[in-house]
Design a protein around this ligand. Sequence first.
Ligand code: PLP
Length: 428
Amino acid sequence: PDLKMESLKLSTVPPKDTAIETENSKQLISKALFDQVTSINHDTCEPGDEDPFFVCDLGKVERLYYTWIKSLPRVHPYYAVKCNPNEQVLKLLASLGVNFDCASKGEIETVLSLGIDPSRIIYAHPCKVGSFLRFSKTVDVNLTTFDNSDELYKVKKHHPTTRLLLRIITDDESAQCRLSTKYGAPLANVSNLLKLAKQLELNIAGVSFHVGSGANDFGSLVKAVKDARDVFDLGRALGFSMDILDVGGGFSYESFNESSKALNFALNEYFPLNENVSIIAEPGRYFVANAFTLAVNVIAKRGGVLESSTSSDNSSPAMVYVNDGVYGNMNCILFDHQTPKAKVLTHRGEFLYDDLNAASENRFNVSIWGPTCDGLDCISDNALLSHNVSVGDWLYFPDLGAYTSAAASPFNGFKANAHTIYVNSESC
Ligand code: PLP
């Protein structure tokens, strides 16, 4: 596909059945996990052969896209690259017509290196590095955000012709990760900012906001759209031809039904179709969280009940050590307040992915730790596993695609870039 395609054109392939979890998906993920873990001889393998790895189901990403356009037909998604800059995901989304939210020179370069046209990028950072802003001018990225007067002077100096969206503050108190504590202009400042932009002869094209990552109060989404309406009215009264509303990110598959209904309601109320305002969004988590499964190897174990496959005595939980943790792909525990759910993948050579027969009464209470020498590196201090795992077994964590590999560090010499195996499931 031509990744340079015009920026506001979404894929028009007829929607498929959009269920995310399908039998075919389970089968493909299971086979990929099985092939990988059974290919390793733990007694003779080379250093690193038993490293953690991801399985990514690109079919899920595609179905999430179709769910998006079915539920939010007016809203053009700009995928937030920061969430997971995986190239296969970027290419797939680009081929479907999704555009990109980049927040740094590096992210812009990643997207451009895939042959994607710069008109499909929003440099969505209200406090940019000056040299990055100059860079964005040289590569023709001409849409960005701001929320303060210093940024306006910076834009005037380095990229005076870029189109600007004024990012306003939102009520994000209930979000998993708050963003308005750091970014967003208070509504009381909006008038002065718009007047300054006028004075500097800058081009205000609209408004942006973000209700917080992992948001679950959709009243704040409606309120933010209403506030944006007020800012549009102010801006237009000052002579700006504003025609872009950017509703940010914060969507998740689990609450998408609710959030898309709230957003559609607000858009119809405050930005009716006949106004010809382009509505864009910056979803990150929504597209990738459910598409990645992480597999990790049990490298050590300490304490707990003596090896017994029938014991359910949880009085002294064992400590299970695995080869990925909070400095690696599970940094989301610290930075993103996620609680990854461990499941047993293999037990004494038996492969157990998605094992519906795992006896629920025989749960083994363990704490799970990452491989680095830091006490902070704890994945769970209270996990219930279906089997009494031992060294050499594998665990897996479903739904670990958002804010995981993107921020993994090589601390303590453990490799940051986990290998990813791709599968592509169908809708039924
Ligand atoms: N846009 C901006 C400006 C952000 O800061 C973020 C996340 O931090 C996103 C979009 C993506 O948010 P989410 O992954 O919750 O959709």
